[in-house]
Design a binder for this molecule. Structure first.
Ligand SMILES: Cc1cc2nc3c(=O)[nH]c(=O)nc-3n(C[C@H](O)[C@H](O)[C@H](O)COP(=O)(O)OP(=O)(O)OC[C@H]3O[C@@H](n4cnc5c(N)ncnc54)[C@H](O)[C@@H]3O)c2cc1C
Length: 396
């Protein structure tokens, strides 16, 4: 049997695993790392976006080499209003992520095309029979099972096009909800990567996890045509079905999350309960871990379990909003909630996305003329009205 040794084995070379490897390389160069990824490329196939206000300076610096494009502002469009917001918005891509990690990590620290078969606090068995013995193991192999949680789904297909002529789009459109409303709350998302390159994502806040990819591709093509844009080439495509969490049993989720090792990323529930986005949490966790001094198997496990539990507790307000979105609101009413949210103070919106809403923000989001009737909202929160269902994935 082949054998390898390292101080820390990181299972999964996606967003969370890659950022942990990068943060440890910077802050703990004394530790030998091994990041194990089943695919050929680190970071899968993603465009990951985030707002400048999601990250503090240390995190911003860590993410900088992975950024493909950045814009000083963005727009949103709803049937009743449009808005221009001056928060910087950046997009990372898997290509840049993979290249940045390969440039920064020491030789021998990256193992791709190698699946993890099983693991414990200090050992990892690989698909080819290699045994990795590690001082500590952290599992970042993506979300395993969310059926202990309740809520709905954010699902999407994104396509990147090279156009025959410039599109004229000056800034991202983070939500264009003037599109036909189907399957819950629907919006188109647009990133102008270059004057003649645009990324369009058709997105739904839906009760169902079923993703009809050909149908969404056709809707993206129709949006393109309606704007008078003509594609010269399709440069790439991504898709996702992400949980929007309204409640559930966090201890059960953790229990069902896989082997009894330290965890990070979506496998540890480290994402925003309402937006499903995880860049801010992934980078915060990676840096906190790199500044932690007990990095053996037991130390990593205790640190990650405590962090994930704290995150779950901090997200309770956003879960309550998800409960209103997927319980109290009928699918066709979700648009009104988002439309109203986007009339609020820009800094409140920034703090919302970064998961750092203040008590006043929390009050303000709910205050005023409600987009859904109060008795229904109260009934849902008291468990007397329609409740969000279990996040049991029913397939793509
Ligand atoms: C298409 C898409 C776009 C998204 N866009 C955004 C965005 O713009 N902003 C944002 O904040 N969030 C976004 N998200 C949500 C979230 O940030 C991502 O899902 C993020 O990649 C989750 O990070 P992770 O490290 O937990 O999982 P992943 O990035 O999925 O990483 C898990 C890795 O583990 C590997 N793996 C799995 N099993 C094994 C095994 N047995 N052995 C070895 N390797 C294994 C996988 O191949 C994968 O590379 C997006 C999600 C998707 C799917």
């Amino acid at each position: 049997m082949n054998a390898r040794r390292c101080d820390i084995a990181i299972l999964g070379g996606g967003l969370a695993g890659g950022l942990i490897a990068l943060a440890l390389t910077r802050h703990r160069p004394d530790l030998s790392l091994l990041i194990i990824e089943q695919d050929a490329r680190l970071g899968g196939n993603h465009v990951w976006s985030f707002f400048a206000t999601d990250t503090d300076p240390e995190a911003t610096e860590l993410l900088a080499p992975m950024i493909e494009a950045t814009w000083p502002d963005y727009n949103v469009h709803f049937p009743r209003h449009s808005r221009h917001l001056t928060t910087r918005y950046s997009a990372m891509t898997s290509e840049k992520f993979d290249a940045a990690l390969r440039a920064a990590l020491p030789e021998g620290a990256i193992l791709t095309r190698q699946a993890v078969k099983s693991c414990s606090e200090s050992e990892v068995m690989l698909g080819d029979g290699t045994l990795v013995q590690a001082g500590g193991v952290i599992d970042t192999r993506g979300l395993r099972d969310a059926s202990q949680l309740t809520g709905g789904w954010q699902k999407f297909v994104g396509r990147k096009f090279k156009l025959k002529a410039p599109h004229g789009l000056e800034r991202p459109i983070v939500m264009d909800a003037t599109v036909e409303q189907l399957d819950g709350y629907r919006f188109m998302y647009a990133l102008p990567f270059a004057p003649d390159v645009v990324f369009l994502e058709d997105t739904y806040y839906s009760d169902s996890s079923v993703l009809d990819r050909p149908q969404l591709e056709a809707r993206i093509d129709a949006y393109l045509a309606a704007r008078g844009w003509e594609a010269e080439a399709l440069l790439g495509e991504e898709h996702g079905v992400l949980p929007v969490v309204a409640g559930g049993d966090f201890a059960g989720f953790w229990q069902d999350g896989g082997e009894d090792t330290a965890r990070a990323g979506s496998r540890a529930g480290l994402f925003h309960s309402l937006t499903s986005y995880s860049v801010p949490d992934a980078v915060r966790f990676a840096l906190a871990l790199a500044h932690h001094d007990q990095l053996d198997g037991a130390g990593l496990k205790a640190f990650s379990a405590a962090w994930a539990k704290g995150h779950w507790e901090n997200q309770s307000y956003y879960r309550m909003l998800s409960t209103l979105l997927f319980g109290a609101a009928y699918p066709e009413e979700r648009l009104r909630i988002l439309q109203r949210f986007y009339t609020l103070d820009p800094q409140l919106i920034e703090r919302f996305y970064s998961g750092r809403s203040t008590p006043f923000d929390k009050f303000r989001i709910l205050a005023g003329v409600p987009p859904i009737p109060i008795p229904r909202a109260a009934g849902t929160l008291m468990g007397l009205w329609r409740q969000p269902s279990s996040l049991k994935f029913s397939g793509v």
